[in-house]
Design a protein around this ligand. Sequence first.
Ligand SMILES: Nc1nc2c(ncn2[C@@H]2O[C@H](COP(=O)(O)OP(=O)(O)OP(=O)(O)O)[C@@H](O)[C@H]2O)c(=O)[nH]1
Ligand SMILES: [Mg+2]
Length: 381
Amino acid sequence: MLDPELLTWLTGKLNFESLEDLLKAAKEKFPDTDIVPTLLLAGRTGAGKSSLINALACRTIMPVGVLPTTQKPTAFELEGKGVPLRVLDLPGVGEAGKHGERLQSVLDQADQAHLLLLAIPCPERSLDYETQLLAAVAKHFASRTPLPILTAGTKIDLAAPVRDWQPATLNLAAPSTEKEKHIAEWLSYVGRVLPEAGAITACASGQSCDDFANQYGLDALRKRIFDALPDAARTYFARATHDLALLNQRAENIVRLFSSLSSAAAAQPIPAIPDSALIMPIQVAMLIRLTSLHGKSLNADLAGKLLGPLMARVAGRYAFEQVTKWIPGIGSVVGAAVAAAMTYALGMGYHSLLCQGSWNFDAQALREEVLKWWEKIQKDL
Ligand SMILES: Nc1nc2c(ncn2[C@@H]2O[C@H](COP(=O)(O)OP(=O)(O)OP(=O)(O)O)[C@@H](O)[C@H]2O)c(=O)[nH]1
Ligand SMILES: [Mg+2]
């Protein structure tokens, strides 16, 4: 069922002034949630990954424990500076009997991630797991744009002497106490052994998410993560556009989402409004999202070019309705199943054209591609 608020929005968009208006409204209505950046949190078991997430989010999201705790990749969203971030907490590598499997799980998830955060627990000096993990990630991305990596040195409160922990006055820039010297020495040791880990942000997560008195370095880490995101999103995009399987999967998700919305919209009995007009804003939103998946922005010029010369003369609405007329034998009353199939054919046809890498196609090329998908769906049915 279509939610009533969306229905009101759709019927309100039937008489938009210009195509720009519709594009703008559709962008606002359907924000690009599938490009929420994803941070992959990896490290050895017990490194304090889940504790770090709870501390960063200021709430208890993940269970933490002395024994291997996180058993499967778990995703959730964080907000920072108004920017949403999806974080994926992974089971730690190195768990007895599961090392290879865990390492593989990092690589499996890495393709979908924008950024990798590696947690290394202080005062650990045997860094074999981390070395293997970084080598596996580097190999995985060897022939592609690499995955950006940030490193957190966790549990720095455990550097000797353990009892001396005063995070409020800790000064790692000019270490003078025994504790500060141990932490600084450990950080530079890790930097020497794992140069590919880059700069290391020293952190302590406290005993619980609200143990503020014992936490350290979380603001600095948050800042580093959110500062790295724009670049990370860019490299992700560079990688994603060269990884056809990934791109297809993301496109298909988008197309399925909007196809089901179209079907729900067409199932609404609204007298005097053609179904094709009702699903049009949904299809527009889908085209916007698919275009941005390919790193471009769908503006009125491009939409006009794609949807036919009619655009130059009449209001955008008619041009989009035109799309439904491309498919022979369909009138203005399309019904739920046909609306879904039509939106699917339009979305997949559009994505196929974009995959060919050329933006110099026109309404005719798009129409042919849409018809191909339409026929394919008919056969599959
Ligand atoms: N002293 C101290 N202990 C911590 C800190 N962070 C985590 N711990 C403890 O370390 C243990 C492991 O923490 P988790 O957050 O579960 O570690 P994890 O990396 O998620 O472990 P897996 O899920 O098994 O991979 C728990 O007992 C935590 O309480 C910290 O900053 N300081
Ligand atoms: Mg965990």
